[in-house]
Design a protein around this ligand. Structure first.
Ligand SMILES: NC(=O)c1ccc[n+]([C@@H]2O[C@H](COP(=O)([O-])OP(=O)(O)OC[C@H]3O[C@@H](n4cnc5c(N)ncnc54)[C@H](OP(=O)(O)O)[C@@H]3O)[C@@H](O)[C@H]2O)c1
Length: 271
């Protein structure tokens, strides 16, 4: 790979799961990768770790600045950092909902705002926002997670049209169930632990959600998809990645009558 093909890449949440797999896949292709974590590990896997908390504007700006000071440019940014809240919508406090949006929506927004001036000046760049199949259909007992990913979908689709003529590409990556630390890192709303109304339904749905994630595709599948996207001259607006039956579910959600699709989804979660 010559110097002009070697891209400078920044990936948020690269310590584990999808972010780490994407970082390792891009390093294997010869790209210069910076990965972020709130608590960067001392060991490296061929890429540089930076401290960054996407909930904090100063932290995001400092992280982006340190990449630019070292390299002078930024070609690819992957907004991957995120987590999921579980629990019924009624049991979710506004503070819990705000925490979910802070990381999954305002986090990527902060990063986009920090990198866009450089990409506009370069007249080139690629931003990949990691959404979810949960950003394409509401998932029971993951209402605020779905809402945050729906919001990220809207923000990304709008941004894509605003910066396309400035040479910047913006893409949505929508993974299905992927076997990562996401399952262990899921937060449960305080109300979901005690709710007399929803506790049983949540327990049933959660055991299916967790089993689907544990049996999901490997993070390396997402890393391989990302490498393909990075190598494209004109990437599509969105890419669904994951087990075949979940890609089928996305197609079914568009083709089936909405009441029938909802029934199938509810029965999948034992509701
Ligand atoms: N796994 C799935 O089934 C699945 C499906 C669809 C979409 N996704 C999406 O894929 C993305 C990656 O998830 P994953 O499955 O790889 O889970 P993961 O292994 O838990 O990784 C999530 C990463 O996000 C980082 N993070 C969380 N909050 C952060 C914050 N405030 N600031 C900076 N970094 C933060 C964590 O880094 P540190 O703790 O090191 O800071 C961690 O490395 C998420 O956006 C998730 O919504 C996952």
């Amino acid at each position: 790979m010559n110097r002009s093909e070697r891209k400078i890449v920044l990936i948020t949440g690269a310590r584990s799961g999808i972010g780490r797999a994407c970082a390792e896949a891009l390093v294997a292709q010869g790209h210069h990768v910076f990965g972020t974590s709130r608590t960067p590990p001392s060991e490296t896997s061929g890429f540089t770790f930076l401290p960054m908390d996407v909930n904090d504007t100063d932290s995001v700006e400092a992280g982006v600045q340190s990449v630019l000071e070292e390299t002078g440019r930024l070609d690819v940014v992957i907004n991957n950092a995120g987590f999921g809240y579980g629990g019924s919508v009624e049991d979710t406090s506004v503070a819990e909902a705000q925490a979910q949006f802070e990381t999954n929506v305002f986090g990527p927004m902060r990063v986009c705002k920090a990198v866009l001036p450089t990409m506009r000046e370069q007249g080139s760049g690629l931003i990949v926002n990691v959404s979810s199949i949960g950003g394409l259909m509401g998932l029971p007992y993951q209402g605020l997670y779905s809402a945050s990913k729906f919001a990220l979908e809207g923000l990304t689709a709008s941004l894509r049209m605003e910066v396309q003529n400035l040479g910047v590409n913006v893409v949505l990556l929508e993974p299905g169930d992927i076997h990562t630390a996401f399952t262990a890192n899921r937060r449960h709303t305080a109300g979901s632990q005690t709710s007399p109304v929803y506790q049983a339904g949540y327990a049933t749905a959660l055991s299916k959600i967790e089993s689907d994630e544990r049996n999901g595709a490997s993070a390396e599948v997402v890393g391989a998809a990302l490498v393909r996207i990075v190598n494209l001259h004109a990437p599509r607006p969105r890419y669904v990645v994951g087990p075949f039956y979940e890609k089928l579910a996305v197609i079914a959600s568009r083709l089936l009558p909405s009441r029938l699709f909802e029934k199938l989804l509810m029965s999948n979660y034992g509701l």
